[in-house]
Design a protein around this ligand. Structure first.
Ligand SMILES: Cc1cc2nc3c(=O)[nH]c(=O)nc-3n(C[C@H](O)[C@H](O)[C@H](O)COP(=O)(O)O)c2cc1C
Length: 206
């Protein structure tokens, strides 16, 4: 049975379009792969804390010098990395906030992308230490992205691909559902695009 790590991020509860899209994705994955062993992380209900001084110091010091206080400071990070390592597939449902990831998802990333744990710094840049696996992200956005009045720059899709790439995860597929705050017709269009997207995905869950 494939292990699925499901990160949900919206704070809008049942009214959340990205959570509804995440539920559609879960149903699609179960139809395609059978039962899933799901680890669900609701980052809105339980946001990881910002990186504080003790965590930053413990993260950057040589592992052999860490004592009980440093291990305690890294405990949540270890738990979150363990969940990621155990996942055959990662599903993320999230809104876009100010052109990029909401701060709760950024905090999760800050706990998971760690020197000498999930990546190594080399003269040629960061080398990821995790095995590759698919990451599927459905992103709900209030406004538009195509040319025309009010269109925005998407910093989130390249960011997600780049930051997961830095730990060795290169199979990052992102669906941006646009104009989701602009009424029912746009919302319907977003979910039609979600269905077409699932039809086009060629992921393999172990
Ligand atoms: C703090 C905040 C920042 C936002 N920034 C953007 C943005 O930069 N671009 C955009 O298109 N929508 C933005 N939105 C709108 C949400 O992305 C949009 O309403 C989305 O569909 C909400 O997803 P949800 O229904 O899953 O909560 C923002 C919303 C909030 C609350």
């Amino acid at each position: 049975m494939p292990n699925l790590l499901y990160l949900s991020v919206s704070s809008r509860g049942e009214g959340s379009h990205s959570r509804q899209a995440g539920a559609c994705m879960m149903a699609w994955m179960e139809r395609r792969y059978g039962p899933l062993a799901v680890i669900a992380r609701d980052l809105a209900a339980n946001p990881p804390p910002h990186i504080d001084g003790p965590m930053a110091r413990a993260s950057l010091m040589p592992p052999a010098e860490r004592g009980p206080a440093e291990h305690a400071a890294l405990a949540l990070s270890e738990t979150l990395i363990g969940e990621l390592e155990a996942a055959d597939v990662v599903l993320i449902s999230t809104p876009m906030h100010n052109f990029t990831v909401p701060s709760a998802l950024k905090a999760w990333i800050d706990h998971v992308v760690r020197p000498n744990r999930t990546f190594r710094s080399t003269p040629a840049g960061k080398v990821g230490l995790l095995a590759d696996r698919p990451v599927l992200a459905v992103v709900s956005c209030g406004g538009p992205f195509h040319d025309g009045p009010g269109s925005q720059r998407d910093l989130m899709t390249p960011y997600l691909q780049y930051v997961f790439g830095s730990v060795g995860i290169t199979q990052v597929e992102v669906l941006r559902m646009e104009n989701m705050a602009r009424g029912a017709d746009f919302v319907a269009c977003g979910f039609e695009r979600l269905e077409a997207w699932t039809g086009s995905l060629a992921i393999r869950a172990a």
